[in-house]
Design a protein around this ligand. Sequence first.
Ligand code: ARG
Ligand code: GLU
Length: 723
Amino acid sequence: MKWIKYVFTVIGLSFITLLARADEGMWLPLFLQQLNEKQMKTMGMKITAKDIYNINSGSLKDAIVSFGGFCTGEVISSKGLVLTNHHCGFDAVQNHSTLEHNYIRDGFWAKNYGEEIPNPGLFVTFIVRIDDVSKQVLNGVNATMSESERQSLVDKNIAQLRKDVKRESYQDSFIRAFFDGNQYYLFVTETYKDVRLVGAPPSAIGNFGKDTDNWMWPRHTGDFSMFRIYAGKDNKPADYSPDNVPYVPKKSLSISLDGMNEGDFTMVFGFPGRTTQYLHSAAVEQIMKVNDPAKIGIREKALSVIDGFMRKDEQIKIQYAAKYAGIQNAYKKWQGEVLGLTSTNALAKKLAYEALFQQRVNANPQWKTQYGDLLQNLGSLYAELKPYGYARDYYTEIASKIELLTIAGWINSLKTAYDKDGEKGYQARLKQVKEQLGGLYEEYNGTVDQQLFATLMKMYVNDQEEIYQSPMLREKLKVAGNDFSELASGLYNSVDLDDKTATMAMLEKPSSEVLAYYKNNAAIRLYTDMVATYSNIVSKKLNEIQTGINKLNRTYMQAQMEVMKERKFYPDANSTLRVTYGNVKGYNPRDAVKYDFYTYLDGVMDKYKPGDYEFDVPEKLRQLYTSKDYGQYGKNGKMPVCFIAMNHTTGGNSGSPALDAYGNLVGLNFDRVWEGTMSDINYDPSICRNIMVDIRYVLFIVDKYAGAGHLVQEMKLVHPKKK
Ligand code: ARG
Ligand code: GLU
């Protein structure tokens, strides 16, 4: 009973913080007027909710795009110029880089429209309108339905609504679930598919500090790149054509050169990917104690294997750089998440919140019947989920790091396609497989992969119960005398899947030959055995439990909204357009340490390590620093670089504009501080901060460093503080 006393002490102390945290929330733009405008104004906003979202005339939302579906971008000129992060545009930069034109290393700037480079596959999407369609989507749904009956009715209603939706022929629409399926919203969209690369700084600026500084404050990264949207002659979306013209937007952002002071109002407008703010305490506990640690442990081993090779071999260093950064990004984030959940007593707060919820439910007879055992039932289901969740993380983390298994999976998909749709299915799949393999082999080294196999399979076998393991793998291990290196070399020597030339040549042969050749391939057989074990022992049960959890979560969400009335609810992120707002502010990461809210070019020079992979500084930038040649972008003889604020952001908010009280662009969101990455689960205003690059640094790099001042000419620069 001790925890109950503790829980009630926490309630007593922080009742206010439990229910109303001013800076928390990723809000739907269509409800700003109703839910947020008043508070936003109190916090310093000088414009209205209508200036942000208005479907009848151009508003700020018309300058915001989903960039390729994975990041955010914003239109910053009347000629369709789009700003996003360097790490969002990186794929495009990498694709156009060669040894002679190394845009990754040297940067790239188009001097005119003609030099802007098309990017097949890249698109940007505007949101034309958002409608609440909850009633229509849930029409006919009732409490006695099974989850699958419910889902098929929902799917049917969605399909009908999308058919009937009022939209122009060049527009599209999608419908998403919010609040765990209690509400549904329809988005009418406009997607432009001719998006050309305009410019990017060298990596030494755009990704300054790399993995060491990733997720960290103080930060000194100029994480930006620029693109341009092209449209048909009618300004409507059009497939790529050399005849397309720069898109004329309904709205483009004005840019403020005045900078931010502590306490200034900011908002971030973009497409946050996924958060889970309303989880049961048991789920939070599992993330902290089971899932994050498992994933961190596996990635730690994988990173140390790859790092060992990258340090010794220049070729491997280039090949594995992007992969390493990808693995490292979540690895570091999860560590910050566990740390932050611990340091802010997230679990105790959840328990306190649940205790209060339960108390209120118990006091109301109707709620008691409806919701009385909800928390307990959810808790039991999470307890059931625990071993399967762990097994899922083990399987997915390990299998996805061993690329021999990825190759085996792709080759195996040829057989699956053939069995299903014959020669036609095979040929269609073959085309994709060849493309995927081509990309994989570019960044693949068999020795590295074999070492990853040996290291990670040891974890697969030693860290989980036997029933979750592939019997074939255990058998092979026995044959190899329980030696994982033996096991790995035996396997890698017996197959030629990791030989690019042999495999690509094989795939040119007729399907019958290909299928026969790979029929008894040891890696493919191992792969299928691992998949079968996972699917039979783990995923079936996992999905069943998860379906139960989803259903209860839907009810729990509804119940929270009814019972915890004083709390302002916002839907979890789901890659739809949101607004978040908060003031510019430093923070105290730990005892006796206080972080300021701004960084300057002086800090770049402090970190400068000549020739270093992460902290080298280009000569031209050093010169500009020495001569203090900052033009209109500097302030009091200093060049601002990054700043932080209390905006509630997550992955997908990369490239989102940071706007000032007037809606002017002042920065570009690209990261969060390490101590506060748990904001996806439990936002805490004391240590959750988003990191933005100051727009003045962006323009300084474009103009003074890259000599692309003609782009600045396109933009509208303002000085709101001098008004
Ligand atoms: N942490 C930032 C975001 O999730 C930036 C990632 C890119 N930079 C890097 N060094 N990996 O996703
Ligand atoms: N870097 C992240 C992204 O790519 C944004 C940082 C975050 O997770 O908040 O979207």
